[in-house]
Write a protein that binds this ligand. Structure first.
Ligand SMILES: C[S@@+](CC[C@H](N)C(=O)[O-])C[C@H]1O[C@@H](n2cnc3c(N)ncnc32)[C@H](O)[C@@H]1O
Length: 208
């Protein structure tokens, strides 16, 4: 596992406004199991813990060992932290046992990854999420929009001005029931190779 300053992509800790906006989302407050990708030094982690249900669980997946050590200082029985890559989120979440996460929240900078790495990560997030679950990404740039549109469709977006630098929150809901192309187009449909017959969202090709 390697990590560089490009992977961190933040010049200042997340602002209180950003932390409040993320942690007060209804899906966070009602979730049973949240996975946080790239928790860093734990600002967002603490904010999520403050708003989560007493019986909910939070798994942090962080690639930088020094940050993992800091995260281990947070004393909350609802929190588990693993040193690893977000792309293995399915394995990390499964190791905790129980059900699939109903929320996956990511501060990992998609804009500094190669397109293929970004696609692999979004795909792993989609596979890991429970049906009806929510994927949240807070990002300086809109690359994640193009990467995720194909699998998740159109996001809800909101702008956070009071953060250094200002950024966007993207939020997607995974449908409760996946539409299957075989069922829609019949057994001889070409399908263009998307695994599990997922239907592409028309907005996907319009993104960067
Ligand atoms: C913008 S920082 C997040 C800051 C933190 N959530 C906060 O606001 O307090 C991005 C984090 O993602 C981590 N990261 C980058 N790539 C990663 C990967 N592939 N897997 C896990 N963590 C990763 C970085 O080490 C860094 O801690």
């Amino acid at each position: 596992m390697v990590a560089s300053p490009r992977d961190v992509a933040s010049i200042a800790p997340s602002s209180r406004v950003l932390l409040r906006r993320l942690s007060s989302l209804a899906c966070v407050r009602s979730a049973k199991f949240i996975v946080e990708l790239g928790p860093g030094t734990g600002g967002t982690t603490r904010a999520l813990l403050n708003q989560m249900q007493p019986s909910a669980r939070l798994l942090g997946v962080e690639i930088m060992e020094a940050f993992v050590k800091q995260l281990h200082q947070i004393s909350d029985r609802r929190l588990d932290v693993v040193h690893g890559s977000a792309v293995d989120v399915l394995t990390h979440a499964a190791c905790l046992g129980g059900t699939a996460p109903d929320v996956i929240i990511s501060g990992i900078p998609f804009s500094t990854m190669s397109w293929n790495d970004g696609r692999s990560l979004v795909s792993a997030i989609h596979d890991s999420l429970a049906p009806g679950g929510t994927f949240i990404a807070y990002q300086l740039r809109n690359r994640v929009h193009g990467l995720a549109g194909d699998l998740f469709g159109k996001p809800q977006t909101s702008f956070v001005f009071w953060n250094l630098p200002p950024l966007w929150i993207y939020q997607w809901n995974k449908p409760l029931i996946e539409r299957r192309t075989e069922a829609i187009e019949g057994p001889h449909a070409s399908g263009h190779g998307r695994a599990r017959g997922r239907k592409s969202h028309p907005a996907a090709s319009a993104q960067q």
